[in-house]
Design a protein around this ligand. Structure first.
Ligand SMILES: [Zn+2]
Length: 287
């Protein structure tokens, strides 16, 4: 059905002081915002995620939502994004998508969502001569987006190329004072020799840059992807279940084997410290 106000032209006639003018119709503004939201490329499984639909059933989660809402209130004036840390399935992606949505809907910001591994895969694919997308065509929107979500940082297989590519993105966004939200399953243990810490996964240089750009927020809770009793979906029963399982969760063994830890630790310790200015490595993919 055509818009009754503008007949789908996007322009609505209006009379101001006896002079007939046209102004943008609300339907156009709504459509433009929806287009912006589509262009943010939030994966289908997260498209329903809003801050209002997030159940914060413990203190950490409530604090995370507070941080998220504060950032949304500041909007384009916000100086720092968020670095959402915590185990898999606690809702880090939900919160980051919630912020992205609000910033797009409320302020009309150009937003973009990428899973870190997907982004690296897409960039790497541009080195294939049969792919007709160039590296700058992929990187430019990532660097220029007014708000970027990089999901699941640290899960990528590390290599010199990965380090350089991520550093380029992060440093460019830092220089451009662009708002960035990142999520990671890797904890901030503060121990560089611990291969499972985020610092060890992404390197100290990038880690300290991220802390300049983002407020670190630690989430903890139940894994959303685990099966639950059918009634355990309201805040109260989630809180009860969380309390009951908190101590048990702490006793779980680390998911990295001792052998893998030792290998990663050795690899990290051999990497020398590099200077802060990053030169783009050019179009050659590592492993
Ligand atoms: Zn209209």
């Amino acid at each position: 059905m055509a818009c009754p106000l503008c007949d789908d032209t996007g322009w609505r006639p209006m009379e101001v002081d006896g002079v007939r003018r046209v102004v943008r119709c609300d339907c156009w503004k709504r459509d433009a915002t929806m287009r912006l939201l589509e262009q943010a490329h939030v994966p289908r499984r997260y498209q329903h995620c809003t801050l209002d639909s997030f159940t914060a059933y413990n203190e950490r989660l409530a604090l995370a939502v507070d941080h998220a809402r504060r950032l949304v209130e500041q909007g384009p004036l916000a100086e720092r994004g968020l670095l959402l840390l915590g185990p898999p399935g606690v809702g880090k992606t939900h919160v980051s998508v919630g912020v992205l949505r609000e910033l797009v809907l409320r302020y009309g910001l150009r937003g973009l969502f990428y899973d870190t591994r997907d982004l690296l895969r897409v960039i790497r694919s541009t080195y294939d001569p049969s792919v007709h997308t160039t590296e700058p065509e992929v990187l430019r929107p990532v660097i220029d987006a007014q708000v970027l979500v990089l999901d699941d940082l640290g899960a990528e297989k590390t290599s010199e190329w990965v380090d350089e590519t991520l550093n380029l993105i992060v440093n460019s966004r830092y220089s451009g004072r662009r708002l960035t939200l990142l999520t990671s399953n890797y904890p901030d243990t503060g121990d560089l020799a611990e291969p499972d810490s985020l610092r060890a996964r992404i390197g100290f240089r990038m880690y300290s840059r991220l802390l300049e750009m983002c407020e670190p927020v630690h989430l903890d809770g139940l894994d959303y992807r685990e099966p639950r009793p059918p009634n355990a979906d309201d805040a109260e029963s989630l809180r009860t279940e969380w309390e009951a399982r908190k101590s048990a969760l702490k006793k779980l063994p680390s998911r990295t084997s001792a052998q893998a830890r030792a290998r990663l630790r050795a690899a990290r310790l051999q990497t020398p410290a590099e200077p802060l200015d990053v030169k783009w490595p050019g179009g050659r993919a590592g492993s």
